[in-house]
Design a protein. Structure first.
Length: 108
């Protein structure tokens, strides 16, 4: 009987299928800096602004977001000071993106 080997979250992930922000949909990278309540998070975005972000309904109880996590956010068209959180990266993926130079302008 063979056992499956599982990777820990902080190990290097293979970059074959990694979600990237879509510029045409107003998406960009951000880093969570402070939790503000049930589904609100304060984040520093790639364009240098600090935005109040909301965890969307499909992620609310499935994905847990902590301070320092790398996120993809979608900026609201009608109120640019707010955004929705679309995706959260794991530790190894964050290190890979930082090494490749995708996270310029973020305090990683």
């Amino acid at each position: 009987m063979t056992r499956k080997k599982f990777k820990k979250n902080n190990e290097e992930e293979s970059p074959r299928k990694m979600r990237m922000p879509r510029e045409k949909d107003n998406e960009q990278f951000a880093i969570a800096i402070k939790r503000q309540g049930t589904d609100q998070i304060k984040a520093i975005c790639q364009d240098g602004l600090e935005r109040s972000c909301r965890i969307t309904g499909k992620m609310k109880k499935k994905v847990w977001i902590r301070e320092g996590d790398l996120l993809i956010i979608k900026v609201w068209d009608f109120q640019p000071s707010k955004a929705d959180i679309v995706w959260r990266y794991l530790g190894g993926q964050k290190n890979f993106l930082a090494r490749k130079g995708y996270l310029k302008g973020l305090p990683v």
